[in-house]
Design a protein around this ligand. Structure first.
Ligand SMILES: Nc1nc2c(ncn2[C@@H]2O[C@H](COP(=O)(O)OP(=O)(O)O)[C@@H](O)[C@H]2O)c(=O)[nH]1
Ligand SMILES: [Mg+2]
Length: 305
């Protein structure tokens, strides 16, 4: 299996050498995609044996998308250049892909993290965003924002990355499940980073939350509609109870009664639309899976001939 390690960097001179060396030592090809660092990042990376490219745009997301266009190996490993992940643990990520049981493997940092690797705000934000993700998408994942992952060519060539910045991990995760690829998590170690973080916990945290929500309407429209429909029905039930209680006390609220009916009808309609959307979405995913399976079967035949 031909593997390329992709490392997006922005002023990571403190740690990049060790990260690149850790992979080169194991015989992997390393591509550093740099955001025009103002320190010695590129020089050090080259010295240690990485290929270095300067990204054409701005942000980690843009850098990753560009790297995915340049690379064409069977598998891509994505990792931060800040020394917070261990190159020696890469086998853990590659194993499920080699075994053929996953297309995208994410290193779960919560399994084993060094004290101080997450700030308190960071830990809290991560937990909230992961919880929000599980609620919205119904996928049992614990660390959607991890920066250490491995993907097959099928995945990294097919994901649509539109966001420039730190929303990239969210997009990678959502795109993978929406397109019917198999994603799984494996426990990894997470260390305190060398150098300063480029992520602003509030601003980027908010952007990530917004991305989880936005992608939901595109990829799990059913749940999006269920949320709305459920809201309308609850509102209808509350105003309905009020109308009925008042009616027993011989007070009739005509307007509120009409509003109640509208709330409930709208709510039920939305649930029905959700059901239909869910059906279309699911069969779409199934179709993609089936097409991929067929293509693999045909390619397999071709090789045998
Ligand atoms: N090429 C490129 N890399 C970036 C940019 N912003 C951050 N990075 C790199 O992306 C990786 C993750 O960023 P980091 O600050 O560690 O975020 P955190 O892990 O979420 O705290 C690091 O290797 C950064 O150097 C950017 O604009 N361009
Ligand atoms: Mg980092």
């Amino acid at each position: 299996m031909d593997v390329t390690v992709v490392i997006p960097t922005l002023n990571e001179e403190e740690a990049i050498g060790e990260v690149v060396e850790g992979f080169v030592r194991q015989g992997y090809r390393v591509l550093v995609i740099d955001g025009n660092s103002q320190d010695r990042t590129r020089e050090i990376a080259r010295e240690k044996g990485a290929e270095v490219v300067i990204q054409s745009g701005k942000g980690k997301g843009q850098a990753v998308a560009e790297a995915f266009e340049i690379v064409n190996s069977d598998v891509v490993v994505l990792i931060d250049g800040d020394g917070s992940y261990l190159p020696d643990e890469v086998e853990k990520l590659l194993k499920p892909i080699k075994k053929g049981i996953a297309d995208h493997v994410v290193g779960n940092r919560f399994a084993n993290y060094e004290k101080g690797a997450f700030t308190r705000l960071n830990l809290f934000g991560n937990k909230i965003l992961n919880f929000f993700f599980r609620l919205a998408y119904g996928y049992e994942l614990r660390d959607i924002l991890s920066g250490y992952r491995a993907m097959t060519r099928d995945v990294y060539k097919n994901v649509d990355l539109k966001k420039p910045g730190f929303e990239v991990e969210t997009e990678l995760t959502v795109e993978t499940i929406a397109k019917g690829f198999r994603i799984m998590e494996v426990p990894i170690t997470y260390l305190k980073r060398g150098g300063k973080t480029k992520l602003n916990p509030l601003k980027d945290g908010f952007r990530i939350g917004k991305t989880i929500y936005e992608l939901l309407s595109r990829y799990s429209p059913a749940r999006y509609l269920y949320f709305f429909g459920f809201g309308f029905i609850v509102a209808g039930l509350i105003s309905g109870c009020y109308v009925v209680i008042e009616w027993f006390a011989r007070v009739t609220h005509f307007l509120l009664a009409i509003l109640t009916a509208l709330f409930i009808i709208t709510g039920v309609q939305l649930l029905m639309f959700g059901l239909i959307a869910d059906f279309i979405f699911r069969s779409n995913v199934e179709f993609r899976k089936e097409i991929r399976r067929l293509r693999e079967a045909i390619e397999g035949e071709g090789k045998r001939d």
